[in-house]
Design a protein. Structure first.
Length: 417
């Protein structure tokens, strides 16, 4: 049994017990380089731009470590559920969502954060852009092999194909910002924040009840469809497993939920990923002499301010860069950091196309699997739940497109055993 770049577990070709995998040697050069960059950048950002930016970069490093060691998959969870009825990944989502929702409710109810931030929950609009964007994003996930957070930690781990996904992601984000007038003004209703109607305790309670219902529902589906097992063979034991091996999925979910709450406490806003891709793309265009700052998207006050400022004060850029470096440290320490020089052309095409779809989709929907889905649900925004529903529909479409690019889908249990 092996793990793909997005953390999706491939299934065994027989029902025999998996063979224990030997420990890989530490990749010393990548480990030293990533560690020095992580520590050095954090110190530089802290000294030059303040402790708030420094802490956000450090939280990104921890997010990268947790994402790598837990192989926490959003792409894989939906793929397993739709393809073979395995709800284990989605049940891990409920633990992550419940942990983050609990911490965010506590932070917002206090009314104060760290470093002078004022935590505030926001509700995303409910409209055509959300539904189309979530669907496109989910199709892109299945073609590109990773979600937004998965793309970052896979790039950090040296997964060459996902570097192409990241390139497509940035290109799709830039395409959206250039064509913004075509996407602006689509019909939408104002966002709905549960806390505005039932208070923060009521919002938290409703969220946990719905999450519990999802757990029960996935167990019913799993019993009926009998998916193949997805047990991970540990590559390390004891304390070494914390630093070198695979963490239990639920442990990863709790750790990520705590870190998402910490980002909210420090920055005053939810953990996000994809706005940084549009920002990086615009800054790259400026470096080559183009003028994206004249585009309508970058004319709004908040966007213009972000484009005019260094990336070291943008919270999504800080945590994104931290995730890449943190995953590189974790992968090198585990002996898993490796650049693959040969990528089949159809896989490469799917990676780029998937990235473009995710870039456009995330901007349409106002976020990705982190900002729109995790952040939305954790805040009690109805838009987060709708994003998840339409992402399931997009996953169904994506699974049917994967074979066109030579990408395998999970198989039912009866075809394995």
């Amino acid at each position: 049994m092996t793990t793909t770049s997005d953390g999706f577990l491939t299934f065994p070709t027989s029902c025999a017990a998996p063979t224990p995998q030997p420990e890989e040697p530490v990749r010393r050069v990548p480990l030293v380089v990533a560690s020095v960059l992580g520590v050095g950048l954090t110190a530089y950002v802290w000294a030059s731009y303040g402790p708030k930016s420094g802490v956000l970069l450090a939280l990104g490093l921890l997010l990268g470590l947790a994402l790598f060691h837990s192989r926490f998959g959003f792409t894989s969870a939906w793929r397993q559920l739709i393809a073979v009825g395995n709800g284990e990944g989605l049940r891990a989502h409920t633990v992550l969502l419940g942990t983050a929702a609990t911490l965010i409710a506590l932070v917002v109810s206090t009314g104060s954060g760290l470093f002078g931030s004022v935590p505030k929950a926001t509700a995303g609009p409910i409209g055509l852009a959300l539904l189309v964007g979530a669907t496109l994003f989910a199709v892109g996930m299945q073609l590109g092999g990773a979600c937004a957070s998965g793309t970052l930690f896979a790039v950090g781990a040296g997964q060459s194909a996902v570097v192409l996904t990241l390139g497509g992601f940035i290109a799709g984000s830039v395409l959206y910002t250039w064509a913004f007038p075509l996407f602006d003004g689509w019909p939408a209703l104002p966002g709905v924040l549960l806390a505005d109607h039932v208070g923060w305790f009521g919002s938290w309670l409703i969220t946990l009840v719905v999450l519990a219902a999802i757990v029960l529902g996935t167990k019913v589906v799993q019993r009926r469809r009998n998916p193949p097992p997805t047990d991970v063979v540990p590559t390390a034991r004891g304390y070494a497993r914390v630093l070198r091996g695979s963490w239990p999925l639920l442990v990863g979910a709790v750790v990520l939920g705590v870190l998402a709450g910490a980002v909210f406490l420090v920055s005053g806003g939810i953990w996000g990923v994809t706005f940084a891709f549009a920002l990086w793309g615009a800054k790259i265009l400026q470096l080559v002499g183009l003028h994206p700052e004249t585009w309508e998207f970058w004319q709004t006050q908040a966007n213009a301010k972000a484009l005019g400022a260094p990336i070291w004060v943008d919270r999504t850029s800080l945590t994104d860069i931290g995730i890449v470096l943190g995953a590189a440290v974790a992968a090198a320490a585990a002996g898993a950091w490796k650049i693959h020089s040969s990528i089949p052309w159809r896989t490469a095409l799917a990676a780029v196309l998937g990235g473009v779809l995710m870039g456009v989709g995330s901007r349409l929907a106002g976020g990705c699997n982190i900002g729109a889905y995790l952040g939305g649900i954790a805040q009690g925004s109805v838009s987060g739940w709708l994003w998840g529903v339409f992402a399931l529909g997009g996953t169904w479409l994506g699974l049917r497109l994967r074979p066109v690019f030579g990408l395998a889908n999970p198989r039912p249990a009866d075809s394995v055993c």
